[in-house]
Design a protein around this ligand. Structure first.
Ligand SMILES: O=C(O)CCC(=O)C(=O)O
Length: 262
């Protein structure tokens, strides 16, 4: 069973038109400040309670060295919905699923969810598309970004190249993750300026990137990704199995047995 085809929370005709033309859309005030505070504090509790398992051999967590801290900091928790009931409820919330279903014209399924912490001083993510040429990777994959902190120029907001999604996948279809060159983009980048509780939706073919967080605050954001029901059905668990195998395969053989998912 997929989630939400018809509901009052779907995108309007104008919004659908904008999304399909531009490859992204920003929607303000989808969640209240109280809801976002609750999510942030539940995730902070998870991090605190699991600090002993949040190490570099845990496939769930990605660390990054930043300009401020001595040790690498937690950049991303991928996934979080199996550790936080509140995060799971956001993934399944009609305010997201009905919007995504209205884009698909059919029910959607949760595919992946990652919580970006991006503490102050942390570098950004280079230009790429989210789609990857794995036989099972859905072409309907899209991401709903729920802002927990302000996303703006100073905090290293996500930036997208509008209308480029219509060109499809721009790299070799060899199953590897590829970066793109800014010079090859034919439109100007748009900064997804978001306040806590705002969302942005963008396609897996929309080239995007972010710059360093130069603010004094974290730039926390919950990146929740879906696929259309007819494009592989429920795949959250199988995606993570496949993803973990892929990460393992990129480690030297002798280190693979040290990797865990906890
Ligand atoms: O940090 C960002 O804003 C971009 C994240 C991103 O591109 C990704 O996780 O695919």
């Amino acid at each position: 069973m997929g989630l939400e085809l018809t509901s009052s929370h779907g995108l309007t005709e104008d919004q659908l038109h904008f999304y399909h033309r531009e490859g992204y859309i920003v929607l303000n005030g989808v969640f209240s400040p109280e809801e976002i505070d609750s999510l942030a504090s539940e995730v902070a509790d998870v991090i605190l309670q699991r600090s002993h398992t949040f190490h570099s051999k845990n496939l769930r967590v990605r660390f990054k060295q930043n300009a401020i801290d001595v040790n690498p900091v937690v950049e991303v928790i991928d996934p979080i919905s199996d550790l936080s009931a509140l995060a799971k409820s956001i993934c399944l919330d009609q305010r997201l699923t009905a919007k995504v279903a209205s884009i698909y014209g059919e029910p959607c399924c949760l595919f992946k969810d990652k919580y970006f912490c991006k503490p102050p001083g942390t570098d950004g993510i280079p230009l790429h598309q989210d789609w990857i040429a794995w036989p099972t990777f859905p072409t309907t994959f899209l991401t709903v970004l729920v802002a927990v902190d302000p996303f703006n120029q100073g905090s290293g907001a996500t930036k997208v190249y509008p209308r480029m999604h219509s060109q499809g996948y721009l790299s070799r279809k060899d199953g590897l993750h590829h970066l793109l060159k800014h010079e090859e983009m034919v439109s100007g980048a748009i900064c997804l300026n978001l306040e806590p509780g705002d969302i942005a939706i963008f396609s897996c073919f929309t080239p995007h990137f972010s710059e360093a967080n130069q603010s004094d605050l974290g730039r926390r954001g919950y990146f929740v990704s879906y696929n259309a029901l007819s494009d592989g059905g429920q795949q959250w668990a199988s995606h993570y199995s496949e993803f973990h195998e892929w990460i393992r395969s990129r480690y030297p053989e002798e280190l693979r047995s040290q990797l865990e998912f906890v």
